[in-house]
Design a protein around this ligand. Structure first.
Ligand SMILES: [Ca+2]
Ligand SMILES: [Ca+2]
Length: 181
C-alpha cells in the first residue's frame, strides 16, 4: 500500500473508532416499568416487585392501564403483570418529557393518598445519571418527587414536586436514587 493509501486507511479506522465511541455515549436507555411496594414500617426502601425494560416503548402504557384500572396485560411478549398497577411517577431521559421513560408504578391502590412513601435505592439498568425531566401521576396523591445525586439517597437532592420539565444543571443527568411520597 502506498503512503496515500495508508493515510486514507488510517483516517477510515479513526472515523470508525470515533463512531463506535459516539454510539456508546449516545445509546438511549431502555423504556422501564418498575413496580414498587410502599416502604413498610421499619424498612428504609421499597421492595422492588418487578422491573421490566424494553428497547422500544411498551405497546401498553402502564399509566393508561392504571387509570383504566384494568388487569395487567402482555406487552411485546413480556408478561406485564398479574396485578393491576397504579401509576406513581415518570422520569424522562431528555428535558421537557422527551426520550426514553421510566414508569414507577405500584400494586397499592392508595398510591400516596394514605401517606405511603416509595423509595428506589438504585435506578434500573441503563438509567444511572440520565434523568432530565420528571412528573408525578395525576390522581396518585403524590406531592414529593426527590431525585438524589447518589444511590441510597446519597449526595444532593432535588424535589421536582408534581412536575419538572427541566431539571437544574447541578442535578441534570445525575439522579441515582429516588423518593416519592
Ligand atoms: Ca438525560
Ligand atoms: Ca449520580
Amino acid at each position: 500500500m502506498n503512503k496515500k493509501g495508508k493515510a486514507v486507511l488510517a483516517a477510515v479506522i479513526m472515523l470508525l473508532m470515533l463512531g463506535s465511541i459516539a454510539a456508546t455515549v449516545d445509546s438511549p436507555p431502555p423504556y422501564c416499568i418498575v413496580v414498587l411496594e410502599p416502604v413498610k414500617a421499619g424498612e428504609k426502601n421499597s421492595e422492588v416487585v418487578d422491573v421490566i425494560c424494553l428497547d422500544t416503548p411498551p405497546a401498553v402504557d402502564p399509566f393508561a392501564l392504571s387509570f383504566d384500572g384494568k388487569e395487567g396485560n402482555e406487552t411485546d411478549g413480556v408478561v406485564f403483570g398479574r396485578d393491576t398497577y397504579y401509576a406513581l411517577g415518570r422520569d424522562w431521559d431528555y428535558f421537557d418529557f422527551g426520550g426514553s421513560i421510566i414508569s414507577w408504578v405500584t400494586t397499592n391502590p392508595d398510591m400516596c393518598n394514605e401517606g405511603d412513601a416509595y423509595i428506589a435505592n438504585t435506578m434500573p439498568s441503563g438509567w444511572n445519571d440520565r434523568v432530565s425531566s420528571a412528573q408525578l401521576a395525576g390522581g396518585s396523591g403524590c406531592r414529593w418527587y426527590y431525585h438524589y445525586e447518589h444511590t441510597y439517597r446519597g449526595g444532593s437532592s432535588y424535589n421536582c414536586g408534581t412536575s419538572c420539565a427541566w431539571m437544574p444543571s447541578w442535578i441534570n443527568n445525575e439522579t441515582s436514587s429516588e423518593y416519592i411520597r
